[in-house]
Write a protein that binds this ligand. Structure first.
Ligand code: ZN
Ligand code: ZN
Ligand code: ZN
Ligand code: ZN
Length: 492
């Protein structure tokens, strides 16, 4: 629309400055998710619903009549604006009136207005007609990368024909009691019933875990300290900004917490990784929907995913280049190959049952045996071929030879590390007992080794591979340094 045409249609009102129009257009565009749910998404509603009129008239300090008049003139322009990124001031202004009306900035709805089951009578090709019904709205918290934690409303819809409820990330069929995700990667992830995280924030959390070894607990602290406040440089340094007038932070009384929890970081990490994996393969994630803990709900899907990765499931399983593989010919013209084995050499390892090849998970990572082997094996001598009962406070029986072996086992711990350090020293690498400096050194080393190669895919790929393939077992951050150690030992 030409500005001239718009101006000709606007009423002569002293409040109508350019700044006012700018604010109106931006704030009205924030109501689009709410309006799209109530009206046809393809065209702007002719008249604004009462709730949104109240929000805009409150935020802009004008009467409802002026809001409706401006909407009548500018609605098509506003409707064509998509993906408006609101400032903190705009969000605050909007939410100050929207929360009381049962809506919010970033009000979350299902991505469909019709049933997605093509065999259902409520299914439609076009989303113009709302065939889903029975909306259920509740309060929640959204943790964003750029705007901190936000109080939001989320609404689900129901198909009365096939008894399926549609949420933002997934739908649930009443008879099956499973969550079927929609496929692809959503912008906003539901990590617990009332907690949502932006995918952009998940990328930051994962990068911190991969490159900085940041734990979930520390990420929750960092978010609360540095990302949640609107001006962290001021709020975290009160003495340095003693003369600066800061806006008093108002504590919003909201049903769900606006503090990021370590559990949500971890659940988000696993869910996001599973969704990414499914999206890469063109598959759809399906999880249980009963009232159990989110960690338990994710466990089966994580186990399935890890099983897929075993053996040939690794993306680079067939990789070979002149850096990591060497082919020799012996005197009988027989060809032999030598290939570098890259593995996680850290002792943190993968805790598993002490019975060889037992796949039953441990109840706690401190356990020696799984629940099915614990009673039987802990009561007996730790030596495989001895069936005598173990003595109290020992893992072996009363046989002095067996007791001696137990002593050697525990006293010998740490020798492997010192051996590794001396080998690194021999290879000309500075080694500090401090693990951080050890990894820094080896990180630099691998950079030199890999970047000098024309055939290998390079460090960035290695890092990407590490991130994608190892993060589900929580070891990603350890692979790269140890790969560096292996490579440096082999090629120096
Ligand atoms: Zn249906
Ligand atoms: Zn290679
Ligand atoms: Zn076992
Ligand atoms: Zn024994």
């Amino acid at each position: 629309m030409l500005i001239h045409d718009a101006i000709m249609q606007l009423p002569r009102d002293p409040r109508l400055t350019l700044a006012f129009l700018h604010d109106f257009i931006r704030l009205a565009s924030l109501a689009q998710p709410f309006l799209t749910f109530h009206q046809k998404p393809s065209t702007a509603p002719i008249v604004l619903p009462t709730a949104i009129t109240s929000v805009l008239s409150g935020a802009l300090e004008c009467n409802a009549e002026l809001v409706q008049t401006l909407w009548g003139v500018l609605k098509d322009e506003i409707w064509s604006l998509s993906g408006v990124v609101a400032s903190d001031v705009e969000i605050k202004k909007y939410n100050e009136f929207a929360l009381a009306q049962g809506t919010s900035y970033q009000h979350i709805f299902p991505p469909t207005r019709v049933c997605l089951d093509t065999s259902c009578v409520k299914s439609r090709k076009s989303h113009d007609r709302l065939t889903l019904s029975d909306p259920v709205t509740h309060k929640a918290s959204l943790f964003t990368l750029r705007n901190g934690p936000l109080p939001i409303y989320t609404t689900s819809l129901y198909c009365r024909n096939c008894n399926t409820r549609y949420y933002h990330n997934y739908c649930v069929n009443k008879s099956e009691s499973t969550r079927t995700y929609y496929g692809g990667l959503p912008d906003i992830l539901q990590v617990a019933e009332h907690f949502f995280l932006e995918s952009a924030l998940m990328e930051l959390l994962i990068a911190g875990q991969v490159f900085g070894w940041v734990s979930a607990t520390n990420w929750a602290r960092i978010y609360d300290y540095a990302l949640a406040p609107r001006s962290p440089q001021v709020t975290n340094n009160a003495a340095a900004f003693a003369t600066t007038r800061t806006e008093e932070s108002c504590q919003l009384n909201w049903q769900s917490s606006l503090h990021l929890r370590a559990d949500d970081v971890l659940n988000g990490f696993f869910l996001y990784s599973l969704l990414l994996d499914k999206a890469e393969h063109g598959w759809v994630l399906v999880l249980g929907h009963d009232k159990r803990d989110q960690a338990v709900r994710l466990r089966t899907a994580l186990e399935e995913r890890n099983q897929q990765l075993e053996g040939i499931g690794q993306e680079n399983y067939t990789h070979a280049c002149q850096l990591c593989c060497h082919v020799l010919e012996d005197s009988n013209h027989q060809l032999w190959k030598i290939q570098a084995a890259v593995c996680d050499g850290n002792n943190m390892g993968h805790p598993c049952c002490g019975v060889h090849d037992c796949k039953v998970p441990l109840q706690s990572r401190n356990d020696r045996f799984c629940p099915s082997h614990r009673l039987e094996r802990e009561a007996k001598c730790a030596l495989d071929d001895c069936e005598e009962p173990s003595e109290a406070r020992f893992r072996t029986c009363a046989n002095p030879d067996h007791r001696k072996l137990e002593g050697i086992y525990f006293n010998g711990k740490g020798k492997a590390v010192s051996q590794l350090q001396s080998r690194l020293k021999k290879a000309g690498l500075a080694v500090s007992p401090d693990s951080a400096s050890l990894n820094t050194t080896t990180d630099e080393m691998v950079e030199g080794v890999i970047e000098g190669s024309e055939d290998c895919s390079g460090k960035s790929d290695a890092a990407g591979y590490t991130k994608r393939k190892m993060h589900l077992v929580g070891l990603s951050y350890r692979v790269q340094p140890f790969m560096a150690q292996r490579l440096s030992l082999l090629f120096t």
